[in-house]
Design a protein around this ligand. Structure first.
Ligand SMILES: CCCCCCCCC/C=C/C(=O)SCCNC(=O)CCNC(=O)[C@H](O)C(C)(C)COP(=O)(O)OP(=O)(O)OC[C@H]1O[C@@H](n2cnc3c(N)ncnc32)[C@H](O)[C@@H]1OP(=O)(O)O
Ligand SMILES: NC(=O)C1=CN([C@@H]2O[C@H](COP(=O)(O)OP(=O)(O)OC[C@H]3O[C@@H](n4cnc5c(N)ncnc54)[C@H](OP(=O)(O)O)[C@@H]3O)[C@@H](O)[C@H]2O)C=CC1
Length: 213
């Protein structure tokens, strides 16, 4: 922030876009790996917001946009980033209220699955598979590209969004309303439903369906 102020003399906009994660089942995540992702996506965003505010926006106003993710149904396989991005969604709301009196607007953008060379390379040899397997889960039946996210960010930064703060704009072609990519294996580990006539009906329809298969 100090070097930006030195160079340009002002900070009108802050976009917290830097971030990322690795894929891992939650039970296999080390404390260090969990912390690295929380640090990058949540703590980093908070600290950049705080510094931009204290260094400039407190006295001059400004606009902040935080990039989060499609974590609305949880984020199985990337639980750390889901938790961090949900926290940023909430942080956005808190700061929108705390900093309104300074003329600061702050919003988030929640992209769906967005393909780029650099994003894919983070996942090494699994990158192409990971991104390709996401395609059927987009109502658009294709992935988005960064050029479809940046217009939303520019809109929120612009005077066209002067009356918008504390909001999260989903730019995901409806992905967050559609299927989860996470497969739950067949299992019989769930606790039994309580005995009674409704459970009898449940057993009956399940038995009937089974016998037809
Ligand atoms: C499935 C659902 C499909 C879902 C469908 C697919 C949807 C894709 C959506 C994609 C969204 C995107 O965000 S696209 C891509 C966006 N960009 C990125 O993801 C950036 C890539 N990653 C990073 O920036 C970083 O590596 C990040 C993970 C945040 C941590 O950075 P740091 O430099 O702070 O930390 P590092 O030193 O790298 O790692 C710290 C520890 O983290 C753990 N760690 C790091 N990488 C690890 C790895 N690959 N596997 C296990 N553990 C790892 C280890 O414990 C490390 O410690 P040691 O063991 O001691 O080393
Ligand atoms: N692609 C997607 O499907 C989605 C992406 N997002 C999020 O959008 C943002 C942009 O990602 P995208 O362009 O796709 O992927 P990229 O990997 O191309 O971009 C990630 C950027 O974050 C920077 N970064 C990562 N870790 C840190 C860190 N600890 N400190 C500072 N900068 C860091 C990287 O810097 P460097 O190049 O120096 O490593 C890089 O510029 C990220 O927050 C990502 O998680 C959210 C939802 C979906």
């Amino acid at each position: 922030m100090a070097s930006t102020l030195k160079l340009h003399g002002r900070i009108d906009f802050l976009v917290n876009n830097g971030g990322g994660q690795f894929s891992s089942p939650a039970n296999m995540m080390s404390a260090k790996g969990w912390k690295a992702v929380i640090d990058t996506n949540l703590n980093g965003t908070f600290l950049c917001c705080r510094e931009a505010y204290n260094a400039w926006m407190k006295d001059h106003g400004g606009v902040i946009v935080n990039i989060i993710a499609d974590m609305w149904k949880g984020f199985p396989g990337m639980a750390h980033t889901g938790a961090a991005r949900a926290a940023v969604d909430n942080l956005t709301k808190s700061l929108a209220i705390e900093w309104a009196h300074s003329g600061v607007r702050i919003n988030s953008v929640a992209p769906g699955t967005i393909i780029s060379k650099t994003a894919m390379e983070n996942y090494k040899e699994y990158g192409p598979t990971l991104f390709k397997m996401s395609v059927p889960f987009s109502p658009a039946k294709r992935l988005g590209v960064p050029e479809e996210i940046s217009p939303a960010v520019c809109f929120l930064l612009s005077p066209a969004a002067n009356y918008i703060t504390g909001a999260t704009l989903k730019v995901d072609a409806g992905q967050s309303l559609y299927h989860s990519i996470w497969e739950i294996p067949e299992h019989d580990a769930w606790p039994e439903a309580p005995e009674g006539e409704n459970t009898d009906v449940l057993r009956e329809i399940m038995d009937k369906t089974k016998s037809k298969l």
